[in-house]
Design a protein around this ligand. Structure first.
Ligand code: C5P
Length: 228
């Protein structure tokens, strides 16, 4: 079975997909981590992210593998654990330019299909239901109000558990910066020419603004059971 979870930045896709993978025994595929990895390598090499050719050649030469540690999934790029480095604000600011390069998308989509192979997978990203796995048995478009998404991210960055404590406080200035970044990234991701962020025609839209993590997971599990 393939479960596709798409949606805007900070909608909780990773948390939900990771939980589904653990509970239902599916392989977890975080496609955003792959675009982030290429972005990190470009930034380190001083490659201009608006130079499509140079960015594509960085992607061509790199190896991206997923591993696991006690605290969750790890991302190994060219043999180095970059799990934390791919989540910096600098990578956040540059990843949409990298992911808009058609050659990078084509190559990463190939890699994603190879990783999935013929196994059971829950994949999350922006184009899973529309492009990567258009025949996925379950397609979810997970969204939430931009302010709710920014708040959850801010709580997470401060080490809190936003999924379990929606009322946790976060630094207001930091939250405002995160909100601005999320809006900018959503705008770029949903207006690009190549595989823009949008729900597949047959996706079920779940708005998690007023739902707990557990309620969202349960809805996805219900959809999986209905598709079996
Ligand atoms: O999901 P995450 O926030 O880690 O994704 C980072 C960025 O990678 C997105 O803002 C988007 O530009 C890009 N992305 C994409 N297609 C995917 C997954 C992520 O374009 N399937």
């Amino acid at each position: 079975m393939i479960v596709a979870i798409d949606g805007p930045a900070g909608s909780g896709k990773s948390t939900v997909a990771h939980a589904i993978a653990g509970r239902c025994g599916l392989t977890f595929l975080d496609t955003g981590a792959m675009y982030r990895s290429v972005t990190l390598l470009c930034l380190r090499a001083g490659v201009d992210v608006s130079d499509a050719k140079a960015v594509a050649s960085v992607e061509k030469d790199c190896s991206i593998l997923f591993g696991s540690s006690a605290s969750g999934q790890t991302v190994i790029v060219n043999g180095e654990d970059v799990t934390d480095q791919i989540r910096t604000p600098e990578v956040d600011r540059n990843v949409s330019a990298v992911s808009a390069v058609p050659a990078v998308r084509a190559a990463l989509v190939d890699r994603q299909r190879q990783i999935a192979g013929s196994g059971d997978v829950v994949a999350e990203g922006r184009d899973i239901g529309t492009v990567v796995f258009p025949d996925a048995e379950v397609k979810v478009f997970l969204t939430a109000d931009a302010k709710a998404r920014a708040h959850r991210r801010a709580v997470q960055r401060e080490g809190g558990d936003a999924a379990r404590d929606a009322s946790a406080a976060a630094d207001a200035a930091q939250e405002a910066r995160i909100l601005e970044d999320l809006r900018r990234r959503d705008q770029l991701d949903s207006t690009r020419k190549e595989s823009p962020l949008r729900p597949a025609d047959d996706a079920v839209v779940i708005d998690s603004s007023d739902l707990t993590l557990e309620q969202v997971i349960q809805r996805v599990v219900d959809l999986m059971e209905a598709a079996r």
